[in-house]
Design a protein around this ligand. Structure first.
Ligand code: ZN
Length: 126
């Protein structure tokens, strides 16, 4: 049995927020992937300084894309928890996650105290 930790209208609000974030992340991943592809082609061209600049940029883009994909997965997991009726419940201690935390990070898996222990990815990895 699931414990409803936040009201249904609030859940609908969080779902809309999560879906908005999901689309924004997906667009960002597409941009990063296109930039990665273009830059990766340039690692074999030009002077050695240009090639190493392109190689550094490729690594940076790959890290950024990986961070965005991780966040996308977190958002998808949160949408899944809404569907399962487990949204807003800490995955570690099962306590309700505060409305303030869910408002600032709707994909939060953990309550404040468990979240401090589990290293969560930063909201905007760069
Ligand atoms: Zn907890």
């Amino acid at each position: 049995m699931s414990i409803l930790t936040i009201s249904l209208p609030r859940q609908a609000e969080r779902r809309a927020q999560l879906e908005h974030c999901w689309r924004a992340r997906l667009e960002r991943i597409t941009e990063l992937s296109l930039a990665y592809h273009d830059t990766a082609q340039r690692t074999g061209q030009g002077t050695s300084a240009e090639r190493s600049r392109a190689a550094r940029r490729v690594r940076k883009l790959a890290r950024a894309a990986a961070g965005e994909r991780q966040e996308l997965a977190e958002i998808e997991a949160a949408l899944q928890r809404i569907s399962n009726g487990e949204y807003g419940q800490c995955e570690q201690c099962r306590a309700p996650i505060s409305a303030a935390l869910l408002a600032s990070r709707p994909q939060a898996r953990y309550c404040e105290s468990c979240g401090r222990l589990a290293a969560q990815p930063a909201p905007h990895p760069r």
